[in-house]
Design a binder for this molecule. Structure first.
Ligand SMILES: O=C(O)CCC(=O)C(=O)O
Length: 293
């Protein structure tokens, strides 16, 4: 099935995880730089994630965490953020980290350039009432020499809605088509920006080259619960030190794929004429650490 035949424009196209093929998702992503996929998570899964992460959501303070004005503004003075989701939520490990739609997209777009990819970060982004809009950016700006009009996509992201995302409560803003601009130094103008308005359980999948930001939360009492999940080439340094955020004891219970994504496996490019990275005593991580199982 091919993507709905609408002209590429400002608005994001939405499809259903129940009916959309991977080819359709990839076609829209390639055209617009972002695609909303409804029902990626069931209501029960959203509820479990919210419950498992709630103690940390409650305990996390809003706003600045470092002594740098720009970083604090970027993170959001009224935004609660925390990572280590694989340590804090089994549902994250089972239903988000290895979500089949995301793995399908990451396999298609990242695997041609790496032997394996890993988690860039899994991050709660809770924009609290009166939160200001974040400035527009590209996630791949973190690796400047990898972010430009002619560069391949080195990162794939998804913003999951764990509460309804509305225009008022800070739904992610997206400059559709910005992944294909010939000039990455130019700013987006208002008429080029839309918002990922979507019900809880949906995800907005976007590339590291797509300009976007958190929207303003203009409500008085409605936090916007977003869960960001992203993947990165296995030979680039991720934003989050995934394996340091999860105890070895817990990581041993995960599947090989989950371990790989969290940095509990080495990056092995020996089959494609590359080397082995992220080893322990020259061994794959579990062997080097002396795991018996
Ligand atoms: O919260 C959002 O909607 C987007 C946040 C974001 O893009 C970021 O923090 O990098």
């Amino acid at each position: 099935m091919s993507a709905p035949k609408i002209d590429a424009g400002v608005s994001l196209t939405a499809v259903s995880a129940h009916t959309a093929s991977l080819a359709e998702v990839l076609e829209i992503l390639d055209r617009d730089g972002g695609v909303i996929v409804h029902d990626m998570l069931s209501p029960a899964t959203v509820e479990k994630l919210r419950c498992e992460l709630n103690p940390t959501s409650e305990a996390t303070a809003v706003g600045p965490k470092v002594d740098n004005k720009n970083v604090n503004y970027f993170w959001g003075e009224q935004t609660k953020r925390f990572t280590r989701l694989a340590q804090r939520s089994q549902t994250f490990v089972d239903d988000v980290l290895v979500h089949p739609t995301l793995i399908g997209v990451a396999d298609a777009l990242l695997k041609p350039h790496c032997a394996s990819y890993w988690m860039n970060t899994g991050q709660m982004m809770i924009v609290m009432p009166s939160g200001a809009p974040q400035y527009m950016h590209r996630d791949s700006d973190d690796w400047p020499s990898m972010c430009g009009p002619t560069k391949p996509v080195c990162q794939i992201s998804c913003m999951f809605a764990l509460s309804d995302f509305t225009a008022e409560n800070g739904a992610t803003r997206v400059a559709t088509g910005s992944h294909q601009w010939s000039d990455f130094s130019r700013a987006a103008i208002d008429s080029e920006i839309t918002q990922a308005v979507m019900p809880a359980g949906s995800g907005m999948i976007y590339t590291g080259k797509t300009m976007h930001s958190a929207g303003a939360n203009k409500t008085k009492n409605e936090p916007r619960y977003g869960l960001h999940m992203s993947y990165l080439y296995g030979w680039l340094t991720p934003e989050e030190a995934g394996c340091l955020g999860v105890t070895e004891e817990r990581a041993k219970t995960f599947t090989k794929q989950q371990q790989q994504l969290l940095g509990y496996r080495c990056y092995d490019a020996s089959q494609i004429n590359g080397g082995r990275l992220w080893t322990v005593d020259y061994e794959d991580v579990p062997t080097g650490l002396g795991w018996t199982q």
